[in-house]
Ligand binder design. Sequence first.
Ligand code: NAP
Length: 255
Amino acid sequence: MGTLTGKTALVTGGSRGIGRAIAERLGAEGALVAVHYGRNAAAAEEVVEAVRAKGGSAFAVQAELGTPGDVATLWEGYDRQALEHSGSTDLDVLVNNAGVTPRGEIEDTTPEAFDEAVAVNMRAPFFLAQQGLKRLRDGGRVVNISSGATRIALTDIIAYAMTKGAIDAFTLTLAKAVGGRGITVNSVAPGIVDTDINASWLRGDEAAQRSAAELSALGRVGRPEDIADVVAFLASDDARWVTGQVVDATGGSQL
Ligand code: NAP
C-alpha cells in the first residue's frame, strides 16, 4: 500500500521535467494520476506508460493554459477520464506545476511575455483551484509549485519571480479559506533544477553547471525527483498539520 492508494491526483504540466517526476512519484504511491500537458501529447503518454509500467494508473489530459477556455477544457477532460477510470470525478491532490519562465531584465520584458507568465503561472492556478474545489474531497491537498526566485533576487527573471510571489500569497490565503474542510494548501519552491526550462543555458555548458551547483549549499544542481519527493510528502497524511507554507526545496541555495 502506498501513501496515496485509492486517491486521485492531477498534476498540471505533468508531461515533462518536475511535473513528470511528481506524476510518477504520486503514481508509485498508488494514486490514479491525471497527467496534464499543453502541446506535447507524446511526452504525456510516455509518463502515463511509465506510471502503468510500475503497476499504477494514469491518464493524460490536454489543455493549453493561458488560452481562452483553458480551465474549462482541462476540467472537462479530467472529468470524463476520471469517471472512466475510477467511477468518480472526485479529486484528492491538485498540483499546480505547469509554468513558463520568461527571461529578461525589467528593461527587456515585453508586455506579451509578461501577460503570458501571468496567464500561465498565476491566472490558471487560481481558476483551476477555484473550479477544482468542488471536486476536491475534504482532507484534500493543493500543492503549488513556486520558485526560490521569490527569496533570491534574480534580476533576469523579474516578471517570473513576480508571478511566483503571487502564488505564495495565493497559497497562504487559500489555506485559510479551505482549512475548515481539512484541505491543506502549500507551495514548494525549487531552486535550479535540470529540466527543459533551463536547457538553453545549463545543458552542455560545464561552467554554467558549476556555477549553478555552487548556488546550493549541497553543491549540485537539483533533480526533478528532489522536488517530487517533497510534493509526495505534502500530499501524504504525514503532512496533515502543515498548511499555508512555502517549503524551500532549493538545496539551500544562497543561504
Ligand atoms: P518544463 O520542463 O519546461 O515543463 C513544463 C511543463 O508545463 C510541461 O509539462 C508543459 O507541457 C507544461 N506547460 C508549460 N506551459 C504550458 C501551457 N501554457 N499550457 C499547458 N501546459 C504547459 O518545466 P519545469 O522546469 O519542470 O518547471 C515546472 C514548474 O517548476 C514550473 O512552475 C516552474 O516555474 C517551476 N520551477 C522550475 C525550476 C527549474 O529550475 N526547472 C525552478 C523553480 C521553479 P508541454 O510538454 O505540453 O509543453
